[in-house]
Design a protein around this ligand. Structure first.
Ligand code: GLA
Length: 360
């Protein structure tokens, strides 16, 4: 008997590049993701995909690691689960996706999570949600060596329809937060592709790490932005900019949660704009195409817009009141094509969705 599992992608509303220093994030799982239809059992994990031509066939205990492709994520998840004590029961299945790859919507985390959920079901293993997220994060490191944080995997697991997830990546405390009423999420894929493993992600984490000693053991999330002038004066220019982004971004997460609760749309717009500017100027992970998307969405009437995910390409998001969504989508797509004729944008209207699980 075949069974179906699905793990959503995520759109981060705010709290970007804060998770790798144990900070605050506010992502939502979205109604697009990766689906696995599989027969459970056997001692191999045999997976094909309707997105890429790759046939994965690895030992159920994760002891064989393919050299490239999505099979690395499959094998790494199996290896992490093996270390967590899972009995090596395999599966045979097919992955399908309605999540654009390389767009900054966490397609690799969704693959890890859907495989993990299915392998847990195959071996009758129950893990706590954050234990599963941490395991999938370790699998990402094992598979591609990127020092990413826990946000993407946690969002894919903890998501709730119509809500964002406020997660403290240090304490792992989390709660769901209602999204502003009467709003939809518009995802604006620039068409600029990147993979975390070849992006500047690891370089940014190293530059930030060079700044952390001035905090004397505190996390950036524990620093009041008013302390910044004194702290930054002790640093070289690049680490100082990286730290300023992360400290102010953690503050913006708290402020955005308050603005959502107060339905203060002007404030949401200001916070998203400040977050984008900080990623562009201080963390230096935006690209001109992302800046264009944000500018066009705001000009067309979005409540707020900013790049989402790691940057270096990928997508921006906008919060837009429902009755303007159609118009904003059309205007942004048309103007973006005029400004970047060499790029093919893709705009998706999304809603916040439930986290990963069995779907039949
Ligand atoms: C990628 C990583 C996440 C996070 C974001 C930036 O999506 O996988 O852990 O660091 O970038 O916020």
């Amino acid at each position: 008997m075949s069974v179906t599992f699905q793990a959503p992608g995520r759109a981060n509303l705010i709290g970007e590049h804060t998770d790798h220093t144990d900070g605050l994030v506010l992502p939502a799982a979205i109604d697009r993701g990766i689906t696995l239809r599989a027969e459970l059992g056997g001692d191999r994990i045999a997976v094909t995909s309707d997105v890429v031509e790759e046939v994965v066939d690895v030992a159920a205990d994760g002891s064989e690691m393919p050299e490239g492709g999505f099979g690395r994520f499959v094998a790494a998840v199996a290896a992490e689960l093996d270390e967590a004590g899972r009995s090596p029961v395999g599966l045979t299945g097919t992955l399908s996706s309605d999540l654009p790859q390389g767009a900054g919507l966490s397609s690799s985390a969704a693959v890890e999570v859907v495989i993990a959920v299915a392998l847990c079901a195959a071996a009758d293993l129950a893990l706590e949600p954050m234990e599963l997220a941490a395991l999938c994060r370790r699998a990402e490191h094992r598979a591609v060596g990127v020092p990413s944080g826990i946000m993407d995997q946690a969002a894919s697991i903890l998501g709730r329809a119509d809500h964002a997830v406020l997660l403290d990546c240090g304490t792992l405390e989390h709660e769901v937060v209602p999204l502003p009423a009467g709003h939809g999420l518009l995802i604006m894929d620039t068409g600029v592709r990147r993979q975390l493993e070849t992006s500047g992600y690891a370089a940014r984490t190293e530059e930030l790490a060079a700044a952390l000693p001035v905090l004397e053991g505190r996390r950036p999330a524990e620093v009041d932005p008013e302390e910044l002038p004194g702290l930054l004066a002790q640093l070289e220019a690049v680490p100082a900019r990286r730290l300023r982004h992360v400290v102010t971004e953690n503050a913006r997460v708290r402020q955005t949660v308050a603005a959502f609760a107060a339905d203060d749309r002007a404030r949401i717009g200001e916070l998203f704009a400040a977050g984008h500017a900080s990623l562009r100027d201080d963390f230096e992970v935006s690209v001109p195409e992302l800046d264009t998307m944000v500018e066009l969405a705001v000009d067309a009437g979005a409540t707020g817009a900013r790049m989402t995910g790691a940057g270096f390409g990928g997508a921006a998001i906008a919060l837009v009141v429902d009755d303007r969504l159609q118009e904003v989508t059309e205007v942004v797509a048309a103007r973006y094509r005029e400004r970047h004729p060499d790029r093919e944008p893709a705009l998706y209207r999304c809603v916040a969705a439930d986290g990963a699980g069995r779907r039949d």
